[in-house]
Design a binder for this molecule. Structure first.
Ligand code: MN
Length: 211
């Protein structure tokens, strides 16, 4: 299970942060419908694959509920697709300069901002996110699909990463590769936002679903 901890200061800051929840909810609603149709899955079957209740998945598919990052990951796992396959697409030329300030958004009540810098490409097998954790943010994630490897590089602040059963502290510029298919997590114990890049690599043959 994903555990999400919000502390007072983080919540206050998160409330002021840019909130693109409605965009994410709308896109996810479309993608869920498309993914279910491609597979010919009933809502019940999809709910079982994702490990969420049928009622919750129905709400998300109708755009009535804004998913947390934890929930997004469960849905990606259930359908065997990449995280960015579920997020609003950002069209543009291959050589387009990606400005994270233009693509940051905050899912649901999470005290984090996600910027999909490079969406998943089946030919390359990876996606790159810029992630911002507000002070006090802590999340322990359930394992992603087998073979997923994450590469974390801190840009600003001090980040603590749960990897191999221990919390590891990373300073600015530090990088860490971790097994995304085991328990792992992220936390910001400091008083300022932490910004880091996360390159998520998927094993061949997985996440090759694109709508
Ligand atoms: Mn992860």
């Amino acid at each position: 299970m994903d555990a999400i901890t919000h502390k007072g200061a983080a919540q206050a800051q998160a409330a002021q942060a840019a909130d693109a929840g409605p965009d994410i909810a709308r896109r996810l609603s479309e993608r869920l419908r498309a993914l279910r149709a491609e597979r010919g899955w009933s809502l019940q079957r999809a709910a079982e694959a994702c490990g969420v209740s049928k009622a919750m998945l129905g709400q998300i598919e109708r755009g009535e509920s804004s998913p947390t990052v934890a929930l997004l990951w469960r849905i990606a796992g259930g359908f065997g697709c990449a995280l960015s396959d579920l997020l609003p697409p950002h069209a543009g030329a291959a050589a387009e300069v990606r400005d994270p300030r233009r693509v940051r958004s905050r899912p649901a009540s999470d005290a984090m901002l996600m910027a999909p810098l490079f969406a998943f490409d089946p030919a390359l097998g990876f996606e790159v996110f810029e992630l911002t954790l507000l002070p006090g943010y802590e999340r322990v994630s359930e394992p992603h699909v087998a073979g997923v490897v994450e590469h974390v590089v801190v840009q600003r602040g001090s980040l603590e990463v749960l990897s191999g059963g221990a919390w590891v502290r990373l300073g600015e510029g530090d990088g860490l590769r971790l097994a995304g298919d085991r328990e792992h997590g992220y936390r910001n114990p400091g008083g300022a936002p932490v910004v880091f890049l996360d390159l998520i690599h998927y094993p061949r043959g997985r996440a090759a679903v694109r709508g």
